[in-house]
Design a protein around this ligand. Structure first.
Ligand SMILES: [Zn+2]
Length: 93
C-alpha cells in the first residue's frame, strides 16, 4: 500500500482478489486522519481496515501491465473493515 498525491495504491494483478482485509492501523500509519469512503468517519489507531482495489486508473503503463496479467499499481480505497462487510465467520471467531 502506498499513498501518492493523496491517492492510495496497491500492487496487484488483474485476476487477484480485490479486497484486502484485517490490518489494524498502528500509530503513525498514513491513513490515520483520513476518512473511510463508506461512512465518512476518520480512521484511528487500532481500527481494522479493508483496502478495496479498483483498477489501474488512466495510467497507460499500468493499464498495459494489468492487461498483460502482470503486477500493476491499482488505485484502492480504504474502508473500515466493518464498513466493507466483515465476513460473518471472522466476527464469530
Ligand atoms: Zn467506515
Amino acid at each position: 500500500m502506498k499513498l501518492i498525491g493523496g491517492a492510495l495504491y496497491v500492487r496487484i494483478k488483474g485476476d487477484d482478489e480485490r479486497c484486502f482485509r484485517g490490518n489494524a492501523l498502528s500509530e503513525g500509519h498514513p491513513l490515520i486522519g483520513t476518512n473511510c469512503y463508506a461512512c465518512g468517519k476518520g480512521f484511528a489507531v487500532g481500527n481494522v481496515i479493508a483496502l478495496v482495489a479498483l483498477g489501474p486508473g488512466d495510467d497507460g503503463d499500468e493499464q498495459r501491465l494489468w492487461h498483460a496479467g502482470r503486477y500493476a499499481c491499482a488505485i484502492a480505497i480504504p474502508l473500515h473493515d466493518a464498513c466493507a462487510g466483515t465476513p460473518v465467520e471472522e466476527i464469530e471467531r
